[in-house]
Unconditional design. Structure first.
Length: 118
């Protein structure tokens, strides 16, 4: 797996190759989730601009999922569980959420699971 990193201190981008199946260090794993979420976010915006709303929402779910997984690694110090259930991930990541946020996470998950099965 290749990860690109930006070093703000030196203004350079560097590449790091990680063997698939190798254990990533905590910071590397967090960077992985955030960087892939950022790329997916750009894809989501492009899909939205092209009026492909269904796919835009689907990718938006992945963006949120990856960011929650980054928080999970930060808070729990372990690999995140393999689930797409945003509410369950947030709870297991020890993220404080309001009832409204819980409802929103549940709604997004329900929408995406239904659309993926079609």
């Amino acid at each position: 797996m290749r990860l690109l990193h930006y070093n703000a201190n030196y203004g350079i981008i560097y590449e790091q190759t990680i063997r698939v199946g190798a254990t990533m260090e905590k910071d590397t794993l967090i960077i992985y989730w955030v960087e892939t979420a950022n790329r997916d976010y750009e894809t989501m915006l492009n899909l939205y601009k092209s009026r492909d709303y269904l796919w835009s929402l689907f990718i938006g779910h992945l963006v949120i999922e990856k960011l929650i997984k980054a928080v999970y690694v930060k808070n729990i110090n372990d690999n995140p569980p393999r689930t797409h259930d945003l509410l369950r991930l947030a709870e297991r990541a020890k993220i404080h959420t309001t009832e409204e946020q819980k409802d929103t996470l549940d709604l997004i998950t329900t929408f995406n699971l239904k659309s993926a099965s079609k």
